[in-house]
Design a protein. Structure first.
Length: 111
């Protein structure tokens, strides 16, 4: 169980930064971008972008693949989905169930 907690911590830390969320949004729009492409959309040094990408890779949110001399970056949505399933979905389910129960009660009361 501690491994899952560590994974969650890395994902939450990665998602906490607006620059890293921006990079994920860019990869969501078009996967397989080079560092140069990603860097061109930010007012930041190449080294700064590389540091953010390393955090995203460490959290498993970005995977890379060499293509010739270039390194391509791809979004890996699985860690976000796991966070969703563990931390968001279970809380929304209770609310949805409560609303369905309330609707049923109100409909039975007016019949």
């Amino acid at each position: 169980m501690p491994a899952m907690k560590d994974d969650d911590d890395r994902v939450f830390k990665a998602l906490a930064d607006p620059t890293r969320r921006f990079l994920l949004d860019r990869l969501f729009r078009r996967d397989g971008r080079t560092l140069t492409e990603l860097e061109s959309e930010l007012e930041m040094t190449r080294f700064g972008v590389m540091k953010h990408l390393r955090v995203l890779e460490g959290a498993g949110l970005v995977v890379t693949r060499k293509s010739g001399r270039e390194k391509l970056h791809f979004l890996n949505p699985v860690p976000i989905r796991l966070i969703h399933d563990r931390w968001i979905d279970k809380y929304t389910e209770r609310r949805v169930s409560a609303l369905v129960d309330l609707k049923t009660e109100l409909e039975e009361g007016s019949a």
